[in-house]
Design a protein around this ligand. Structure first.
Ligand SMILES: *Cc1c(COP(=O)(O)O)cnc(C)c1O
Ligand code: SF4
Length: 469
């Protein structure tokens, strides 16, 4: 087994070509902050760089309760902010969990507009009523589940959810129905890591030779112990027809310190990666950066370590209002990730899950952003903008809808390979439509008529194609 390469700040500086301070505006995306930003947080004003780098310190000091926000922030926390956060806790489907790293990157002078605060610390005042067609399991993951913890929708790839815990909890999580424990508003069937059920998953995959590819998600692979990481990795790689596995983790984005200091975990990842490679199989990491604000010199150090181990990292972002819905932000995110050897893979239109209406964009916004981003950097570092269809049609390119009634925010889709013959609908957030369209949505009768009319445009066309055959 090859030894895990250890890097510290000094190594990275000498290894990298010495760059002059970057002044050219076009190159600003290569400037990663390296200040001691956490010292602005009153409770952490004396925390040294070495302490901040320690993954155990990060875990121990993670914010798990809204009251801790006040404790850590002291005078920086206004009563208005606290009241709003407490209101948020009554509505949100997700518990709070934030690493000190992310917490300290929030602009506490203006938390309301901060893209990181928005993702992890919901305010009561931000919530909008859920869309009439939201669903707890919007993607139909439980419907397409042949054994617990597994979704098998596409012929050759499966989604395995071995755990329901994460190092942070995103208030918009697409699996808020199971992830992170019950909240004031939602009772959940949260399960922990359960080896017996994992064996059933291996057994199912073994019996289905079409499957080549396993996404190990959750929850978050960061929360698997080194032994669990290896048990799952080896269990899957030992199945002859498995060619590729990916560990999904938001970790690289929200907790890079673990990659720098949790040597046992990194060693386990390296061992599985090398084990896969010795059989000609891919072991990669998929992560989840949504905002350039999540990227710092710590990210650079963590990525240098993963890259030196030969591990491919790809990114899946979610398109969110006020987080990354401007051209400048999306281009910067894309270029920064590419620069750090993280391949921007997908940008998702927001799923239609509870408590997310304020985050969602229209389909049009997604299409326009894709157009703006394409051409800004290498094609293989350009993310594909997709809509994961409500009801389990799978991921579709944003411009591949069959019909789009933009006025009423209704798009109609097909998924010929995944669910032949079925049509799927995705809806733009109602508050972003014209006042007239909002009125139509308020009336259940016109609502139904609009949707049926849009679907008919597609089904009628399909009938015609059928007749011409
Ligand atoms: C996203 C997803 C996958 C993986 O899809 P890719 O497009 O290959 O990233 C597999 N199974 C399910 C159920 C998924 O939602
Ligand atoms: S890290 Fe992923 S699974 Fe965990 S809360 Fe965030 S979006 Fe959900």
């Amino acid at each position: 087994m090859s030894e895990v390469l250890k890097l510290d700040d000094k190594d990275v500086k000498t290894k990298k070509q010495e760059a002059n301070p970057i002044k050219i505006p076009e190159l600003q995306h290569r400037n990663f902050r390296n200040d001691e930003f956490w010292k602005k947080i009153p409770a952490w004003s004396n925390v040294s760089r070495a302490e901040f780098k320690d993954h155990l310190w990060q875990m121990k000091n993670s914010i798990r309760k809204v009251e801790q926000v006040q404790k850590v922030l002291g005078k920086l926390c206004t009563k208005e902010l606290m009241d709003d956060l407490l209101e948020g806790q009554k509505i949100t489907p997700m518990n709070i969990r934030i690493t000190p790293y992310i917490f300290a990157l929030i602009d506490w002078e203006n938390p309301k507009d901060d893209p990181l605060r928005k993702q992890f610390l919901p305010l009561g005042s931000q919530f909008l009523p859920d869309h009439p067609f939201y669903a707890e399991d919007s993607l139909g993951e439980d419907t397409d589940s042949p054994v617990p913890m597994l979704t098998h929708r596409y012929p050759d790839k499966v989604l395995f959810l071995p755990t329901t815990i994460c190092p942070v909890y995103c208030s918009y999580c697409t699996r808020s129905r199971i992830i992170g424990g019950s909240t004031e508003s939602v009772d959940k069937n949260t399960y922990g890591a359960n080896q017996k059920k994992w064996d059933d998953v291996f057994e199912y995959i073994l019996r289905n030779p079409l499957i080549e590819d396993v996404v190990i998600s959750g929850g978050d692979s960061y929360m698997l112990t080194p032994a669990q990481l290896k048990y799952i990795g080896e269990g899957l790689l030992n199945i002859p027809h498995i060619r590729r596995i990916r560990y999904a983790s938001k970790g690289v984005a929200i907790f890079p310190q673990k990659i720098l200091t949790d040597d046992a975990w990194v060693q386990a990842l390296q061992e599985i990666h090398d084990y896969g490679r010795s059989y000609g199989k891919q072991v990669v990491v998929h992560t989840h950066f949504s905002s350039p604000k999540e990227i710092t010199h710590w990210t650079e150090l963590a990525m240098d370590r993963l890259f030196s181990m030969g591990i491919t990292v790809r990114n899946q972002a979610v398109l969110q209002t006020g987080v990354n819905d401007s051209v400048d932000t999306m281009v910067k995110l894309t270029r920064q990730l590419g620069y750090l050897n993280i391949q921007p893979y997908y940008v998702y239109l927001h799923d239609m899950v509870p408590g997310c209406e304020h985050f969602r964009t229209t389909l049009r916004e997604g299409i326009e952003l894709e157009k703006a981003v394409r051409g800004t950097t290498a094609g293989f570092n350009t993310p594909t903008f997709v809509c994961d269809l409500p009801g389990g049609g799978g991921k579709r390119h944003v411009a591949s809808y069959e019909y789009y009634d933009e006025e009423n925010g209704i798009s109609v889709w097909k998924a010929p390979y995944v669910k032949p013959g079925e049509v799927f609908t995705y809806f733009d957030p109602i508050h972003k439509l014209s006042p007239e369209a909002q009125k139509r949505w308020a009336d259940p009768k016109t609502q139904k008529e609009m949707i049926n009319a849009a679907i008919e445009k597609v089904t009628k066309r399909s009938d015609k194609d059928e007749n011409q055959k």
